[in-house]
Design a protein around this ligand. Structure first.
Ligand code: ASP
Length: 311
């Protein structure tokens, strides 16, 4: 008798969607890229790959696209640099890897995975993480690789607003993140998240995305990747809290994810969303912003892509 599980994958391209900025062209381009990322992961799952492989493959496609705030489309910090964060977790073994504040890694998710698989550590940062990359033969790119005109202009705008004091500096707008959760044919879950962080961030700021338990978490029951105002996701230990509610309280995935994203986080003053998946292939994708780039292939093998709330 076969115990094979039907694979499921869910991805997000960030909850920083601003409805009035969504032109038909942008909408079309984002949907096409989400479909590409989704298929990169799903095709691997169908061919028998692990959930970990699928998560990494889907995220690499989004990191290589200038449309998302991760890898090539990363936002700029206050000093005009790109600082990248990422993490990945294997639900079956609770192994995890993370990197923060790297400047020369084309695909941060692959370095996070290498930290998990090729080092005795969970998290490496900054120059040390890049030294580790070099030591395992991962090529470093020129930091200029990450430059995109759109993100540069977003930084100029943020600096201008800050100088004119026309926005509360504590309320830096966030610009997304990418992430994926997957269930493979062996019934194992994995989660991963990759980001450029928040425009105009400073002082070596690190958000939730590379923090295991905050922006990323996976165990045998539940996998979560978050996007949103990272400080609040860290304080709420959001990703782990969702999975802990499923584990300890027996909450359904939907209830657990809704209670954290629509209850705990906004109560603290934060916003954003998550994608979550359980071992039965149930999916939850709550968010409390205008929209969240999201796409999934469910237990029936059906593909869905959505951007704004209510889709
Ligand atoms: N969570 C990310 C961070 O705080 C940003 C985002 O998802 O919009 O770095």
């Amino acid at each position: 008798m076969s115990h094979a599980t039907t694979p499921v994958i869910v991805i997000h391209g960030g909850a920083g969607v601003v409805a009035k900025e969504m032109t038909p062209e942008k909408d079309k381009a984002v949907r096409a890229e989400l479909a590409k990322a989704l298929h990169a992961g799903y095709d691997a799952l169908k061919a028998g790959a692990s959930s970990l492989d699928a998560v990494a493959k889907a995220i690499v496609v989004m990191e290589d696209s200038p449309l998302f705030n991760a890898g090539k489309g990363a936002v700029f910090n206050h000093d005009g640099r790109n600082e990248l964060d990422a993490s990945i977790m294997d639900g079956a073994t609770l192994r995890a890897g993370a990197i923060a504040n790297v400047h020369r890694i084309r695909n941060p998710i692959l370095l996070a995975r290498a930290v998990m698989e090729k080092s005795p550590h969970v998290m490496l940062i900054d120059d040390g993480a890049e030294q580790f990359a070099k030591s395992i033969g991962m090529p470093l790119v020129d930091p200029k690789y990450f430059y995109t005109e759109e993100r540069w202009q977003q930084l100029q705008q943020a600096l201008k607003e800050e100088q004119e004091q026309s926005v509360d500096p504590a309320k830096t707008p966030h610009h997304g993140t990418v992430g994926a959760v997957a269930l493979d044919s062996k019934g194992n879950l994995a989660a991963g998240t990759s980001t450029g962080g928040m425009t105009n961030k400073r002082f070596g700021r690190v958000g939730d995305s590379p923090i295991i338990g905050a922006g990323t978490y996976a165990d045998v029951r539940c996998a979560v990747s978050a996007t949103g105002w990272g400080e609040f996701y860290i304080r709420a230990t959001a990703a782990r809290d969702i999975c802990a509610r499923v584990e300890y309280r027996g909450d359904t995935l939907t209830k657990a994810a809704d209670d954290v994203v629509l209850g705990v986080i906004p109560k603290l003053g934060g916003d954003g969303g998550v994608i979550a998946l359980d071992a039965q292939g149930n999916i939850a994708m709550p968010f409390n912003t205008d929209g969240m780039y999201r796409a999934w292939i469910d237990r029936d093998g059906k593909m869905h892509i959505a951007i704004l709330a209510g889709e």
